[in-house]
Design a protein around this ligand. Structure first.
Ligand code: ATP
Ligand code: MG
Length: 239
């Protein structure tokens, strides 16, 4: 980090659903221009970590900072406005609006010096959306809705984007396009927190990986370190 304040940092974050204690002190940080993957088995707490960052599941302990700003438990819209975008597992599109109109709903001016994404950029990644730009989002396939959700979030020109299982259930060609899009987010200076079940993709696009188990981070390192550690893969990722 060379002494600078990380863009996003979690320190000892706890979270509960009712009486169930789900996150047991999650700590990690995301620097500028980093893609950090949260890996782990089903139920390990990856989505809950994203929801805690977004204020959708208010943390019951610990602190979350966006640069110097303490966003622990702030309202989701305030966290979004501060520059954090969230692409949840469930596709979130406005069903009665067309692709173009969905794009317009997402557009936000970029902060000074921040990356400016345009609708044309989105069509370059996902030409299928251009073909369907006047179609109502409710009539798109699941894969097209997933692309649209990612694009809408990017058009908000976030500083950091949390993307939860973006390739789940997508055709191989679209999986490749989503991978390209995430790599470009990195190239263009947007930081990414990614939950991705397909290990090969996570290893390819990430600058750093965190492995979660039972609501904790059990490993943090480079994709290369993870890929070469057979015990770690067997203990925490093999199904
Ligand atoms: N709304 C909820 N109410 C109660 N328990 C929940 C809720 N959502 C998740 N959990 C529980 O919290 C734990 C962590 O869930 P989380 O969704 O964070 O896992 P995950 O790592 O994203 O895995 P996956 O997406 O494969 O389920 C699991 O035991 C899950 O059953
Ligand atoms: Mg999940």
């Amino acid at each position: 980090m060379t002494g600078s304040v990380p863009l996003l940092s979690l320190e000892e974050v706890h979270a509960h659903y009712g009486k169930s204690h789900i996150l047991h002190g999650v700590s990690f940080h995301v620097g500028r221009n980093e893609v950090v993957s949260l890996l782990g088995r089903n139920g390990s707490g990856r989505s809950t970590t994203m929801k805690a960052i977004m204020g959708l599941v208010p943390p019951t302990g610990g602190r979350i900072h966006l640069m110097e700003r303490d966003i622990t438990g702030a309202r989701p819209y305030a966290i979004c406005r501060a520059g954090v975008a969230y692409v949840p597992e469930e596709r979130e599109v406005f069903h009665n609006l067309t692709v173009d109109e969905n794009f317009r709903m997402g557009e936000q001016p970029a902060a000074p010096g921040a990356t400016r994404w345009t609708v044309e950029d989105m069509f370059a990644y996902f030409p299928r959306l251009k073909e369907r730009r006047h179609t109502k989002a409710g009539n798109l396939s699941g894969g097209e809705q997933q692309m649209l959700t990612i694009c809408r979030s990017l058009l908000g020109n976030p500083q950091v984007i949390l993307v939860d299982e973006p390739t789940e259930g997508l055709a191989p060609k679209i999986v490749t396009a989503v991978g390209e899009c995430i790599r470009d987010m990195h190239r263009k200076g947007v930081s990414v927190v990614l939950v991705e079940q397909k290990l090969a993709i996570a290893l390819k696009v990430s600058t750093r990986v965190c492995v979660m188990g039972h609501g904790r981070i059990v490993f943090e390192g480079t994709p290369q370190q993870l890929a070469s550690d057979e015990k770690l893969l067997a203990d925490w990722l093999a199904v």
